[in-house]
Design a protein around this ligand. Structure first.
Ligand SMILES: [Zn+2]
Length: 508
């Protein structure tokens, strides 16, 4: 069986989960579920990045220990992922012993190759980015990303990693492996960055106690990015032999703001350690409000718990990937516009299009054929289903999740149009049209059953419910779909799949 190991960025433990975290996890979860649907053996890892200066500072500000803080946040994130039905196989935390052992083994291996050396660092450090900054990268003396944060002047004796030595190999790898950095826009950014040259980077900190102890160097901890990136191999058991069962990863899903770490530093670390590089790093875009990143107050209005509860977890998952293309940003004019669009999308796509198709298909099959569906010939709808499934598979394999979702929903639109044009209620009154009515009902059941399967990565719970209402049991894989299509629709079903939102409601 083909193996597929995918990861998301591990989330930094300095605040509550927000919509940006949710977008990334849901998108990666859709990829994981799609691969399982294709019959692949999937291993899906998410987790928490729990070390570093910013975590230590935040804990101190709250008068607590860093461990208390990260334990609480890890529980909070895991609770949200459970409610959003994220199907990860593992949750790695960088404060776990299995992780620090792996980091220390990797650091030792990189040091053995001669790629680590001691030097004195003098320069700026942004604790927002947890990164050293060149003077040229500052704007008005501040980090361009963290304008409200004081940039810190840092002087310390550190271990440095010879990143600069990997520039040419990295350029060659990026150029000869077009799938390595995706989408294309991210790949071009990284190539430009590499062509501009690379500085060596710190691999240790001597003034930050909250981290993995640097091997054989008392008083030093591993620099937080050098600690965080190896989570992708610590989670699968590095350095034990079994880690090769999953490595190299098929896919790292990350935000576009951390491509430098994942497409430059991480591959250079792997090259130094003699390990293979991941096949693809996917840098997704962001949810924006009014042209910018979410402000604190906007983020509070888009509280994740409320968003999940608003129309149910599946509706939220659907909305995120229907409205925010997986390869770029999506800007909403305001928080209200976001919520309004959420409700409109819910009503039009899920309550109306999908809900009505289910309602009409089951009730007509029951009414005209006692739920027994059989066919004599293929219809125009069947032809549409075939081409939509092809388009879906291609888009999903290329990580164009929004296009995959659109292809899936095109079956729903085509099936509703098919009902309108075929008018089964008229066919039912005409004894010469019996065979045609059989074909129409069979095509509708096939359309809906196919929709349930291809939508299942996006709306796993509701897709399973649709399949059951058609008389199926467990949702089949894509390959088994045709053989397992239900042929007898059960009689009773009472609850509405997606109840319409009837009233105007305010932003909350
Ligand atoms: Zn910064």
């Amino acid at each position: 069986m083909s193996r597929y190991y995918l990861t998301t960025a591990i989330d930094y433990s300095n605040g509550d989960p927000h919509i940006g975290h949710a977008y990334e996890k849901v998108g990666a979860d859709v990829v994981a579920r799609f691969r399982r649907l294709m019959g692949e053996d999937v291993h899906f890892v998410i987790g928490m990045d729990e070390h570093g200066q910013k975590v230590a500072q935040e804990a101190a500000a709250q008068g607590r220990s860093p461990q208390e803080l990260v334990d609480e946040l890890a529980a909070r994130f895991q609770d949200v992922w459970q409610r959003l039905n994220i199907s990860h196989d593992d949750f790695i935390r960088t404060t776990e012993p299995r992780h620090s052992q792996a980091v220390q083994a990797l650091v030792r291996r990189i040091r053995d190759t001669g790629d680590l050396y001691r030097d004195r660092y003098e320069g700026y450090y942004c604790s927002g980015c947890e990164a050293f900054k060149r003077e040229a990268e500052l704007e008005d003396g501040r980090c361009a990303i963290h304008r409200s944060r004081e940039i810190e002047w840092t002087e310390e004796e550190n271990w440095f990693f010879r990143l600069s030595a990997y520039r040419d190999r990295l350029i060659k790898h990026v150029q000869s492996n077009p799938e390595f950095i995706q989408p294309e826009s991210r790949r071009n950014e990284i190539l430009r960055l590499l062509e501009g040259g690379l500085d060596d980077i710190s691999a240790s900190r001597s003034r930050v106690g909250w981290g993995v102890p640097f091997p054989d160097e008392p008083g030093h901890t591993v620099y937080v990015w050098f600690d965080a990136l190896p989570n992708y191999i610590s989670a699968i058991g590095y350095p034990a032999d079994g880690f090769g069962d999953w490595w190299p990863a098929a896919l790292h899903v990350i935000g576009k703001d951390i491509t430098r770490f994942h497409c430059v530093i991480w591959p250079a670390m792997l090259m130094s350690a003699g390990l293979e590089l991941p096949e693809t790093v996917w840098g997704h875009g962001f949810v924006k409000i009014g042209g910018g990143k979410l402000s604190k107050s906007e983020a509070a209005l888009l509280d994740l718990d409320q968003l999940v509860a608003r129309n149910g977890p599946d509706a939220f998952r659907y909305f995120l990937l229907r409205e925010i293309p997986w390869d770029r940003d999506r800007d909403f004019a305001s928080v209200d516009a976001f919520l309004q669009q959420f409700d409109e999308r819910y009503n039009s796509d899920l309550a109306n299009d999908l809900g009505n198709l289910l309602n009409r298909t089951v009730s007509m099959s029951r009414k005209y054929r006692d739920g027994v569906v059989s066919r004599t010939a293929d219809t125009g709808l069947d032809a549409h289903i075939d081409s939509a499934v092809d388009a879906y598979g291609k888009a999903m394999r290329e990580h164009r999740l929004h296009d995959g979702l659109d292809a899936a929903m095109s079956i729903v639109r085509a099936a509703n149009g098919f009902i309108d044009s075929e008018q089964p209620w008229k066919l039912a009154k005409d004894p010469t049209q019996e065979a045609r009515l059989d074909d129409v009902l069979a095509a509708l059941v096939r359309g809906l059953g196919t929709t349930a399967v291809v939508l299942s990565p996006f709306i796993p719970t509701k897709a399973g419910e649709i399949w059951k209402r058609l008389g199926g049991d467990q949702l089949p894989s894509l390959a088994d779909l045709t053989a397992e299509l239900p042929t007898l629709l059960p009689e009773s079903w009472d609850t509405v799949l997606f109840p319409r939102i009837e009233k105007e409601r305010d932003g909350g």
